[in-house]
Ligand binder design. Structure first.
Ligand SMILES: [Zn+2]
Length: 115
């Protein structure tokens, strides 16, 4: 098994950077970037950078969507809790800052486990 991949962006070798230049004299080329693979679970094992990843995504949007089609929305059961608390903001009255009380509302979303 190889410990490297070639960047999967089909146009990686068309991007003009010094790091892609290979060859000598009049036989120079821009070559696809070679990537050392650290983890097969990392997207960066297959793409040399964000630019190449997004060029790939924009070139194959339908193919990517068809890897795992989504035909209906998914839902996660949650509990929404609103808690009110007394708080203060500072207001400048022309000469000094003064504490002005107000009631703040915090919304907390927590998951409901249905195991
Ligand atoms: Zn690349």
């Amino acid at each position: 098994m190889t410990d490297y991949n070639w960047c999967h962006n089909p146009d990686c070798h068309k991007i003009e950077t010094q790091s892609r230049v290979r060859g000598s004299g009049d036989n120079k080329v821009l070559r696809t970037v070679k990537i050392k693979s650290y983890s097969p679970d990392s997207i960066w094992t297959y793409f040399c950078n964000n630019n190449c990843l997004h060029q790939f995504l924009n070139k194959f949007p339908r193919e990517i969507a068809n890897i795992r089609p989504v035909n209906k929305p998914s839902e996660t059961p949650i509990k929404v809790e609103k808690t009110k608390s007394q708080d203060y903001r500072m207001r400048y009255n022309g000469a000094d800052y003064e504490r002005v009380p107000y009631t703040s509302t915090r919304t907390t979303i927590s998951r409901v486990d249905n195991d």
